[in-house]
Ligand binder design. Structure first.
Ligand SMILES: C[S@@+](CC[C@H](N)C(=O)[O-])C[C@H]1O[C@@H](n2cnc3c(N)ncnc32)[C@H](O)[C@@H]1O
Length: 253
């Protein structure tokens, strides 16, 4: 965790699984390794382009620079996620992205002014995300937004349970089981999905989100997908392929 940023979490929760040895130090420790073999024929490589997941002749690297066109106004304000997460009358809103992945959705929220706590439980995805964040911090057009992003490696539900203050927004985008069955059209996504496991703890995530007492929970779903954990949203914003369900919890008594 970056000690120079305000912290919203008291402690990093324990990882449910152990990180493959050396992942945490790749590109980051005092003696960076050049390559780590992962199960399933995958490999993590570190070179001057950053940390890269390699497999099946494909490469996957976190890269926030490709998001730049979406971060420019008026594009940013038109993003469905930004519209769904908007909270009125809060000068410095705070969001928890409990299923951060490679952090692209979190970056949209940070660029829109949110401070974002990003939770990622897969150690390899978290290492790719950490590397992307540190490279983006050196990019003048990304540095300000990235300074509002704090990565916590661990389970999102556990992080939500340990927050020191209620977030304004909790964002959930767990992998939808159907997405894996159909197979991703995007080849880089196929590589990502070899690491990612389908969400089997929908209810735990949604309950932890609601128990954190946010103003709203925003959930990304496939356009025609069922509600997460069967909870009917207060409203939805639908795009061409995805939908953002907005759950506004009842005020606590
Ligand atoms: C579909 S991806 C999220 C993509 C992300 N919205 C983005 O913009 O890149 C889902 C991610 O959530 C992670 N994940 C799923 N359940 C989680 C949990 N309970 N806690 C933390 N991370 C979780 C997975 O490992 C995966 O990286």
């Amino acid at each position: 965790m970056d000690a120079s940023k305000p912290s919203y979490v008291s402690a990093t929760p324990e990882e449910p699984g152990q990180a493959p040895s050396g992942v945490a130090s790749l590109c980051g420790g005092p003696l960076p390794l050049e390559s780590i073999a992962l199960p399933d024929g995958l490999e993590l490589r570190c070179d001057d382009r950053g940390l890269t997941l390699v497999g099946d002749g494909l490469e996957l690297r976190g890269d926030f620079t490709r998001m730049l066109p979406r971060l420019r106004q008026p594009n940013l304000s038109r993003e469905l996620l930004v519209r769904a997460a908007r909270v009125k009358g809060v000068a410095h809103p705070m969001a928890v992205d409990a299923t951060a992945g490679l952090g692209e959705d979190s970056l949209l929220l940070a660029a829109a002014g949110f401070t974002v706590v990003l939770c990622e439980r897969d150690p390899v995805i978290a290492a790719l995300l950490r590397d992307a964040l540190s490279r983006a911090a050196e990019q003048p057009l990304l540095a300000e937004a990235v300074s509002r992003m704090q990565l916590v490696e661990g389970d999102g539900a556990a992080v939500l349970g340990g927050l020191e203050q209620a977030p304004d927004v909790v964002y959930l985008d767990p992998m939808f089981p159907e997405r894996r069955k159909r197979g991703a059209t995007n080849k880089k996504l196929q590589l990502f999905q070899r690491l990612e496991s389908p969400c089997e703890d929908e209810a735990a995530l949604m309950n932890a989100a609601l128990d954190a007492h946010p103003r709203k929970v925003v959930v990304k779903r496939p356009l025609k997908g069922p509600y997460l954990a069967g909870i009917k949203p207060s409203s939805s914003l639908a795009g061409k392929v995805v939908r953002y369900d907005i759950v506004v919890p009842a005020p606590s008594r």
